[in-house]
Design a protein around this ligand. Sequence first.
Ligand code: 3H9
Length: 690
Amino acid sequence: MTAINDVTKLDIIENVGVITLNSPPVNALSANVREGLDIGVKKAIENNDVQAIVIICEGRTFIAGADISEFGKEPKGPSLFEVQDVMENSPKPIIAAIHGTALGGGLEVALTCHYRIAVKSAKCGLPEVNLGLLPGAGGTQRLPRLVGVEQALKMVTSGIHLPAEQCLKSGLIDKLSSDDLLNDSVSFAKEIISENQPLKKVRDINEKVEAAKGNDELFKNFRKSIERKTRGFLAPEYNIQCIEAAVNKPFDEGIKVERDLFIKLISGNQSAAQRYFFFAQRQVAKIPDIPKETELLDIKKVGIIGAGTMGGGIAMNFANVGIPVTLVERSQERLDKGIGIIRKNYENTAAKGRITLEEVEKRMQCISGNISIDSLSDTDLIIEAVFENMDLKKEIFSKLDLIAKDNAILATNTSALDINEIAETTKRPENVIGLHFFSPANVMRLLEIVRGEKTSKQIIATSMVLAKNIGKTAALVGVCPGFVGNRILAQRQREANKLILEGALPWEIDDALFEFGFPMGPFAMSDLAGLDIGWDKETSRGETIREILCENERFGQKSGKGFYIYDENRNKLPDNDVEKIIQEFAENKQIKRREIEKDEILKRCLYPMINEGFKILDEGMAIRASDIDIIWINGYGWPIYEGGPMFYGNLIGYDKILSWLQEMEKEHGSDFSPSPYLEKVVGEKINIFS
Ligand code: 3H9
């Protein structure tokens, strides 16, 4: 055995040189790994005892890509292209032996090998698009040469990880290994030598790309098929242009196109935001004062109080992963209705082909119902999901205190109420926590985990891990009105409501935010949710536009009109009647209306959100700025390529935002008072992301 460097070794097994990389956690292509590969391959080529070379990795995975944390830093060591050049031009066949995931630059390394073998559980993909990038080490030119243009388009624009068996079918790998990858790859190498098989350079395989030459329709149709999903993102389109180049240009020219577009993407803000998101998404799971080794509670059974929309949606999350759930309702009728809706939801999913009918039954078997809270006495986690009424919640928690197991987690799904107050109704406030699911709870990825003053570390740690197990991204937040997400949302809503009185129309505001990248603006969102939520006919006095709309039976989409009017396909259209209602209301309030530009709409809606983010950080209600961004991206549709409110604010310049707030405060008062922490960050040039 020869140690090449601290992450690489070279063994000679019979006449095969085996280069092993070991750079935890994911063997990313850091300068060290590139250097190891470079020297390892050169040494193996020089060695007369070696007739073929295997590249294999230790640890959980094959190379998972370029080292993202090196992007934007001074380059060190050999470039990936130099290493790939040595590999592809090796006079001895090189075989990539893949386990775990071969992703991004990792798959690109494998694509410069002459052969690829993988274990059945392995997956391959080019997920650069998710980082706002494209495969920049020949991936866009080599992949379609093996798997064909359509498959390559799908892979580079979605970033999917293709399972090994499909990789074999599509030609991406040459052979499947049993579980003994090292042995199998050495045998494969010996077979290649003994059969004198050719040095297959992927760059020279042209049939599949030539088959698509002149087929402009293929690209046109593909662009159309992903148009909605990729709105606003640059990377998918640039990836497509690279595949077009692979079809229409010789390999070396295609590589130039790939290089130019890669540089454009990597130096732009979108990729910076998406790379930031990648790390933020992993950071959010780390709680500084809770040790990793905290002993977790075993959650084998879950109880949910309330089988309405929220309770039912929450139950589905557990049933989806095989955890039994008991739903508790006040009457059998409500219970049957709630469970019936869950079944319908699953059946709809099955009708779309996303799950099988057997899977529907399997999941339904995990769900049972009861009309007595006592039935939850042996559950490990109980989530209260009744409507927002403090007295009712207190009553439920004091009952739970009497019947729940000693170490059961007692959770509330409240989106607004004081969790400390709820916890105090029990003799075990350390077991009480907020699990704030977002609607629809079976679909939305975000879970705000709300830490009460007395919530124990074990309960928090267990909730964080449980969230991951049910496919949620959890962010730990503190107790304050609206927690983090809704507290920031309230700022945008308030300004949007003011703007329509000052002269902007609801659709102008919605359009500005839609163009910014949100899936919909605040007024379209209100119409979707229903304007009558929380509205009471008896007490309504026409004091807000919303009240007036409800008084006119404009409840939103469900009644065919709200801020908008809806056609039979639920397409929204601006409505003159709404314009009149707003104008009259503003006139009565003596508000002078004026033209409001898109730029002002965006500032008015977004800057107060960023200011609120600073207040939240100052009060310690979020652990870090990037957690706020994670909440807004996963729970409220903030476009990933704009990085979340805190990242976006940094791009604009916190100093500019502060000056704007100060000006606005002078003219319009305390809605715009800057957070003292924002002033400090600007004054002392503090980096809130370090
Ligand atoms: C690229 O390749 C560009 C090339 O085309 C062109 C070059 C010229 N770099 O996700 P996990 C860290 S772009 C640095 O929790 P899992 C991660 O931050 C790259 N660090 O594990 C975490 O750190 P920590 C294309 C990385 O088992 C730890 O590893 N490749 C990288 O759930 C564990 O990660 C990708 O986009 C990286 N490339 O999932 C693949 N990857 O423990 C990105 C991970 O301190 N990676 N880390 O929080 C993944 O998708 C997942 O990490 C993977 C493992 C599926 C591999």
